[in-house]
Design a protein around this ligand. Structure first.
Ligand code: G1P
Length: 302
């Protein structure tokens, strides 16, 4: 008998949030379109899904998110202009986002939370397992996470959530998981309890949910009957907790690679600087400017 779960080909990217941490920029520009060097943050996330074999992407959007659709669509005028100029490199970069994947959109009409956004994906996803990638979390492509989560799922089935150890004074900003050893070994754990944004001092561990999930479609049924939780919103963490408490398999992979929270202004700046420094075309010059800048700052009188 071959019991290996099927390869996950569908990914859902919730992108309906208001992005209030980046106001006033996000008044008319979706936060997912914030540039990380010269690509919008969401393109890194789509590339990560595609690299893990997910070629069918559903974005759950809302009002004011048209620029997202335009970015992943063709722009004939621009393509023709670049063609006429013979600028093949720029033409390739413009076409890359269009050709990445098969991208679909659904609107989340009411801002009822992450769990509700995932539920909006139910008709598209159907009865297949699927991935959820939160666009604020940027995972460095050199530290693959989704493929490791897929290994754990292939071995143990059920749903798999990405976890990361954070400082105890930051855990109240995340979904938090209590875990025990699992048959997956190493970075694989079995989740025994979950709590969305625990009150300071009450978290059952320092393991935070970061925005990558491989979900069994049974989650939809649970989400339909999940009441609003933290912040008055329907929380994905609460639905996963229901599965855990019902004895359904929910596993975690503890990630120790590079992750940037582009939803936080300071982290966003750090991500941009770090990724710019690592770029072959920009890095050397930018880094030497940065060294100079830091030296001058250190010497400047306070
Ligand atoms: C969401 C989830 C939370 C998770 C976090 C990761 O929260 O609800 O469980 O830890 O993403 O980035 P948000 O940051 O959208 O409030």
């Amino acid at each position: 008998m071959n019991s290996t779960p099927p390869q996950i080909t569908k990914a859902v990217i919730p992108a309906a949030g208001l992005g209030t941490r980046f106001l006033p920029l996000t008044k008319a520009t979706p936060k997912e379109m914030l540039p990380v060097v010269d690509k919008p943050a969401i393109q890194y996330v789509v590339e990560e899904a595609v690299a893990a074999g997910m070629s069918d992407i559903l974005m759950v959007t809302g009002r004011n998110k048209r620029p997202l659709e335009d970015h992943f669509d063709r722009n004939y005028e621009l393509e023709e202009a670049l063609q006429r100029r013979g600028d093949q490199d720029k033409l390739n970069s413009v076409c890359a986002s269009t050709e990445l994947a098969d991208i679909h959109y659904v609107r989340q009409r009411d801002p009822k939370g992450l769990g509700h956004a995932v539920l909006c994906a139910a008709p598209h996803v159907g009865r297949e397992p699927f991935a959820v990638l939160l666009a604020d979390d940027l995972i460095d492509p050199r530290d693959p996470l989704l493929s490791r989560m897929a290994e754990v799922r292939a071995r143990l089935g059920g749903s798999v959530v990405a976890l990361m150890e954070v400082d105890s004074d930051a855990i109240h900003l995340y979904g938090c998981a209590a875990v025990e050893q699992s048959a997956a070994g190493g970075d694989g754990v079995r989740i025994t309890e979950l709590v969305e944004k625990p009150e300071p001092g009450t978290a059952p561990s320092n393991l935070a949910i970061i925005g990558r999930y491989l979900l069994d479609p049974e989650i939809f049924e649970v989400l339909r009957s999940t009441s609003p939780g933290r912040g008055g919103e329907i929380q994905l963490t609460d639905a996963l907790r229901t599965l855990v408490r019902a004895g359904r398999p929910v596993h975690g992979v503890v990630f120790s690679g590079r992750r940037y929270d582009t939803g936080d202004r300071a982290e966003y700046l750090r991500a941009t600087v770090r990724l710019a420094c690592e770029r072959e075309d920009l890095g050397p010059e930018f880094l030497s400017w940065l060294r100079e800048f830091v030296r001058a700052e250190e010497l400047a009188p306070v």
